[in-house]
Ligand binder design. Sequence first.
Ligand code: COA
Ligand code: AMP
Length: 634
Amino acid sequence: MSGPSRYPETYAAWQRDPEGWWMAQAAAIDWVRPPSRALFAGRAPFFEWFADGLVNTCWNAVDRHVAAGRGGQTAIILDSPLTGRVRRLTCADLRDRVARLAGALAARGIGAGDRVVIYMPMVPEAIEAMLACARIGAVHSVVFGGFAAPELATRIDDCTPKAILAASCGLEPGRVVRYKPLLDAAIAAAAHKPDFCVILQREAGTATLTPGRDHDWDAFQEGAPPADCLPVRGSHPAYILYTSGTTGQPKGVVRPTAGHLVALDWSMGHVYGVGPGEVFWAASDVGWVVGHSYICYAPLIHANTTVLYEGKPVGTPDAGAFWRVIAEHRVACLFTAPTAFRAIRRDDPRGEHVRLHDLSAFRSLFLAGERADPDTIRWAEAQLGVPVIDHWWQTETGWAIAANPLGLGLLPVRHGSPAVPMPGYDVQVLDEAGRPLPPGGLGAIAIRLPLPPGTLSTLWKADARYRKGYLDRFPGFYETGDAGCRDADGYLYIMARTDDVINVAGHRLSTGAMEEALAAHPDVAECAVIGVADDLKGQVPLGLVCLSRGSARPHEAIVAECVDLVRERIGPVADFKRAVVVERLPKTRSGKILRATMARIADGLPWTMPATIDDPAILGEIAAALAALGYPRR
Ligand code: COA
Ligand code: AMP
């Protein structure tokens, strides 16, 4: 990148006239009826963007590119080392397939505003399902395949879908994950029942269909008339995506249609610096927000080719997998989590695989989802010779809060910082009393309202929870749940969560949900789950359990059952593999478990005796129990 960055004047232009600035960006979207203005603040602190515009997401992601002569351009490349397949779909193919699926859904009574749960692995049909919903104004809610049946059931009960679109199975290295039994168990457990399910049969493991409820994916669509794109209001929900909060009840983030289109399109050119026709690869999963925004929607809206990768960074077959994909498909920009790079580096510290591939088309690597440790960034820079850019965002925001916007010209990179706020975000570091802190001050990171287009409007059917969880603590601000600071030049540093959410391999998980699962064990009287540092995954969960009086069973058996319980209730993705039996848990005098202090002890970090602790001796017992497990490990 040459020349000075255009970031300062771009951010200043947004600050001068936020609404005018966003109206100008909205011109990149095809509207059936353009919005009369950008911001609708009549229900503050609930805000809407472009609310009275009429627009369709699928039109903007697919049909308009065909109409503009890009019908033959590749829209999706499926690269699946797990099945040994590479498959390409053009924009025209995608339009036809999506229109047919949408038509079949409409013929079965799915209409605007109806919810559709999608429980699918990394197959093009997952993207087609998302777009088919968007085409007819249905609201999808994709559930990540690594979640177990009870998590799926919770989401079904919360968003009450009319239909569920699922696959017979997903693939993990060395094992077939049968989705259908999980789906059946979830529907059996849920109070709400969908009208019907549509099941994509995969060769690796076909499923038995439930007569009267389940339809085969292909048969379901036979003879269905293709559906046109239905214009919806800008404020219409595009999707609901559940994310972990402090409790076991996940939060249904609602993403309104028009802001999503405008912000994602802007981000492709200005944050990621890619132009239409280029190949963009987000190595994540469609079940996460990164997959929603940067596998499915943003690249397609921006007329890029998106790569859908069914594999891992290592082991499918080796640590050269990412370089092979980049070389084979001429990927310009890769977006993944730092964990993936830690895994690659562990297997190939000298980067020998990197040099076996032609990476001449590759221009940038973006990392997000967890803190990017400077060591990993330096390694990636040295191996790849391209900018390695940390950026910070969350499911709620849907796109970067802070980044080094490559498309505007790279700012100086500062390791350990995701750089600077993007236009639309007025980011402040606040003290306990909600006062902005000077540079260097460590505090809660908050964003002045309104949040920009593309972010959440509320939680699904839970306005009060949205206010309580995000808006009440600092009036006039959205509380991110992250703590950190900023330097004198405005670069942000994200240090830790302020709640009981942990980040395992870039996956956001609730320790509260794991505690609820553990509490179901008959021998467990009380428990706490903390996140402990892990060289590969950033953090992993660790359980501390107190047994019921009279429990005489071997601790190893109880620990093993606890591990199984979390896997059954939450899913393998929680990676809950370690737990220890302790006599007592440390608490404040008001009964709050001191999780953060235990986590610092486990990580070998300096800690202070909380002034409010009930019985200081318990922390010594915890330190001894952790030491017996080998903590601290570094
Ligand atoms: N369906 C079912 N199970 C799944 C799953 C899915 N979609 N995704 C993961 N799992 C399972 C895994 O098989 C594993 O199970 P196991 O305990 O039986 O081995 C468990 O969940 C943990 O998975 P994962 O976190 O992927 O760990 P891993 O040890 O298999 O792989 C990495 C480690 C670093 C290679 C992997 O975490 C990775 O690729 N991370 C990249 C991060 C990423 O994509 N983040 C998304 C946000 S950007
Ligand atoms: P998710 O909603 O799953 O995307 O997780 C969002 C959370 O992940 C944020 O609130 C942060 O705690 C963490 N996170 C995401 N990106 C970064 C980053 N670049 N640096 C530090 N933490 C990050």
